[in-house]
Design a protein around this ligand. Structure first.
Ligand code: FRU
Length: 494
């Protein structure tokens, strides 16, 4: 295999990445140096900074042979670009260095754990894929693949497991000093499962057993698992493929799922107590978390969905962005997400309105923009009823993205049908929210090419990419019936 692949990619990104101007990208959401990006990988804290790697094809804005792109940051908002970390340059990963994670070794090296993909032709002329788990060691910039890779292969699977769908290891060093990783797989019935492996040194791994499985209830292959304690509970994240819709909780296709439960490490038993979506918007997949030195559990996701990737601007030089990093917690047995608090120091030009009566299309002086942090609280006006409230953003005479709320059903809907996309993909998503004393609170973060909505102090999050031209920066409010709204809005300067 060519050892030059990584050098070529590094040369390519250094040469052509700078052709993309800052204004052509989001200001604080990560985009690839150039080309295509999907899942976050190796989200970790190392040598005093956060590191983030990502699934990367520098040569095209389409998915292709997977490299690992690499950035680091001190504040989770300003990303410093580093050279690509890995290329598919070995026999065992020649068809892709798929998703994985990172941890620090006691000797100060960083260890990357990832899935090596290899395709070959069967005697019957069929292309067969094998997925194995591999490791690499490095110093935060350069990584060397382990000479004895792969470290986990089909022979390490439980009976009935799949050597074809065996991917996305999430590693951590546990409180007892043992390295553990969870990885996606399938059970004999063909549906998704998460397996747990253990290692004393990070190099030699053995199967501990399954953690949980879909049993054909929540989609087929379970991609990108993560497994961590949070506020006295144990959380299992997975990104199921081929999900069948379940009410408004899960839509068809690629979903994200949070299983909340209890875990006994001794017996490796995970007991589910609750199941919910992680993000209820249009574009979110494959999230990964880290434990920050200050104790925060921080998550970042790919703010895109496989089912909508054909909706992209013509002639774009980058495609795919990460979500805002979000602080996680548990409240009333549910997952709570809040934009990282670092964002607050980027707020400028505060504009505040209180008790504004809205019963027709309303513009408020100072409320516009495409890089904003805005909280809108909506309540019925006095005894008056209302049947619908609308918040319109990224708006001009032609385009608009709408967040609509109907109190009779408690359904919030994000609608980007008129955001400028000409692709026939899903453009709306509805979610069931929980009003408090008849009130709902929407925190909206926009960053040129996206909108993330946090409902009722992070009880639900909903994300969508929007590629509307930047001149469309008007914001308006509208109601059928009468509502009172409070608005607190900041420009974001990152
Ligand atoms: C999830 C995923 C992973 C895989 C990677 C390949 O989005 O399909 O399962 O490792 O993307 O790029």
């Amino acid at each position: 295999m060519s050892k030059d692949l990584l050098l070529k990619a590094r040369d390519f990104e250094a040469r052509y990445g700078p052709f993309i101007s800052e204004e052509q990208r989001p200001a604080f959401h990560l985009t690839p140096t150039i080309g295509w990006m999907n899942d976050p990988n190796g989200f970790s804290f190392y040598k005093g900074e956060y590191h983030l790697f990502y699934q990367y094809n520098p040569y095209s804005t389409e998915w292709g042979p997977m490299y690992w792109g690499h950035v680091r940051t001190k504040d989770l908002l300003h990303w410093e670009r580093l050279p690509a970390a890995m290329a598919p340059d070995q026999e065992y990963d020649k068809d892709g260095c798929f998703s994985g994670s990172a941890t620090e070794l006691p000797d100060g090296r960083q260890m990357l754990v990832y899935t090596g993909v290899r395709r070959c032709l069967s005697p019957e002329g069929r292309t067969e894929e094998t997925q194995t788990q591999c490791i690499a060691f490095g110093d935060g910039t350069n990584y060397v693949k382990y000479a004895a890779n792969p470290v986990l292969t089909a022979k390490d699977l439980p009976e009935g497991g799949s050597g074809v769908d065996f991917r996305d290891p999430k590693v951590w060093r546990d409180t007892d000093g043992v390295y553990r990783l969870v990885v996606g797989n399938r059970t004999r019935d063909g549906s998704g499962a998460v397996l747990l492996y253990e290692s004393a040194d990070g190099e030699h791994w053995s199967l501990r057993g399954p953690v949980d499985a879909s049993r054909n209830q929540y989609g087929l292959m379970w991609e990108c698992p993560d497994f961590f304690p949070l506020d006295g509970k144990q959380i299992l994240f997975v990104s199921p493929q081929d999900m069948s819709p379940i009410g408004l909780e899960f839509h068809a296709g690629n979903c994200t799922m949070c299983l909340i439960g209890r875990y006994d490490r001794e017996s490796n038993t995970f007991e589910r107590e609750g199941v919910q979506a992680i993000d209820y918007g249009i574009d979110f997949y494959a999230p990964q978390t880290l434990l920050a030195p200050d104790g925060r559990r921080i998550m970042i996701g790919w703010m895109q969905n496989w089912n909508t990737v054909s909706s992209k601007p013509r002639d774009c030089r980058w495609f795919g962005q990460m979500s805002l990093p979000r602080e996680l917690s548990i409240r009333d047995g549910r997952l709570i997400q809040a934009p990282v608090r670092e964002l607050e120091s980027c707020r400028r030009n505060k504009v505040i309105y209180q008790d504004v009566l809205v019963n027709s299309e309303t513009n408020l002086h100072g409320i516009q923009g495409r890089m904003i942090d805005m909280t809108v609280t909506v309540r019925p006006a006095g005894r008056g009823d209302y049947s619908c409230f609308r918040l319109n953003v990224a708006r001009d005479g032609e385009f608009v993205t709408t967040i609509r709320y109907k109190p009779d059903t408690s359904i919030l809907k994000i609608d980007r049908t008129h955001s400028g996309s000409n692709s026939d993909v899903v453009h709306t998503r509805s979610l069931l929210v929980r009003p408090r004393n008849g009130e709902i609170k929407l925190r909206v973060i926009m960053d040129r090419f996206s909108i993330e909505v946090f409902v009722n102090d992070g009880e639900q999050a909903a994300s969508a990419a929007i590629y509307t031209r930047q001149e469309a920066d008007a914001i308006s409010f509208d109601a059928m019936g009468t509502v009172l709204i409070d608005v607190e809005k900041y420009d974001l300067e990152v």
